[in-house]
Design a protein around this ligand. Structure first.
Ligand code: ADP
Ligand code: MG
Length: 262
């Protein structure tokens, strides 16, 4: 990770419903994420994690404050296909095969195909689905569908990857496998220097994946604490057994108890 700021979130507020009962979802969020850094956001349900991720991705405008990605507004970064998204729901098109789903982000601009993209079949190989390029989503397990979503998110060579509880709907065994899969893809040639903002409910997941974990307080969401995770990479399954890992999960749990009232 280099030290230059890639994502800059500046004093972001979000208020929903301007009427009689406005709901303040985010209050004064300030956060800088370095290029190539993996940052997780953890906090109780309803604290504004999805809202913050959508604002960073240019899917929604904040009520006040601003976000810059490489010094530019998120919408511009999104137009330039610099941002990849993975949500809890893999959102694959059922009438398209695996390879056609992965290729989709390269085609959405009708005027021309996106030329800086990655080879969809190489990405399908990378996520372990080589045999399944011609399959349709309904022929795949939940974990396999989420692998397709992961491959799709990398196809435009995004410099920023935004992930909102991407493994939240998977069983524990698949979920654990997907964490390592994600780290492997993120550190591969497919994603040089890619910056990740990852929303999760899981303490172990946040510690395992991240360079830094941000703790958000309940509504209105604020950033209350952050924890640097100084574990060496690459990180394999054995790391979860180490004292260092266990200590980080303890510290994160204590921070959550202190700040996020969980
Ligand atoms: P999280 O992802 O942490 O669970 P969200 O960002 O989804 O939190 O929601 C934060 C708060 O904002 C919640 O109280 C939610 O009900 C509210 N909220 C989210 N989206 C909207 C919306 N489009 N309109 C009104 N309120 C919303
Ligand atoms: Mg959410």
């Amino acid at each position: 990770m280099s030290n230059d700021a890639h994502i800059s979130i500046q004093n972001v507020d979000m208020v929903y419903g301007a009427g009689q009962r406005p709901l303040r979802a985010l209050a004064g969020i300030d956060l800088t994420v370095g290029r190539g850094e993996f940052v997780s956001i953890i906090g109780p349900s309803g604290c504004g994690k999805t809202t913050l991720l959508r604002i960073v991705g240019g899917l929604q405008e904040p009520t006040s404050g601003r976000v810059l990605i490489d010094g530019r507004p998120p919408r511009q970064a999104q137009r330039e296909k610099q941002i990849g998204f993975v949500f809890q729901d893999p959102s694959l098109l059922p009438w398209r095969s695996v390879i056609e789903n992965v290729r989709l982000p390269l085609q959405v601009n009708r005027r021309r195909d996106f030329s800086a993209g990655k080879d969809p079949s190489a990405l399908i190989d990378l996520v372990g689905l080589r045999e399944f390029g011609r399959y349709y989503p309904h022929e795949l397990s939940g974990g396999m569908q989420q692998r397709v979503a992961l491959a799709r998110s990398f196809v435009t060579s995004p410099s920023v990857l935004l992930m909102d509880e991407p493994f939240g709907a998977l069983d524990e065994i698949t979920r654990s496998a997907m964490r390592f899969e994600l780290m492997r893809v993120w550190r591969s040639e497919a994603a040089p220097d890619c910056t990740v903002v990852f929303v999760t409910h899981s303490i172990a997941e946040a510690v395992l994946l991240s360079d830094r974990v941000i703790v958000m307080s309940p509504q209105p969401g604020r950033i209350d604490a952050s924890l640097e995770i100084d574990l060496s990479r690459p990180r394999g399954e054995e790391i979860e057994e180490t004292q260092q890992f266990v200590d980080y999960t303890r510290r994160l749990r204590a921070l959550l108890r202190e700040h996020a009232l969980v």
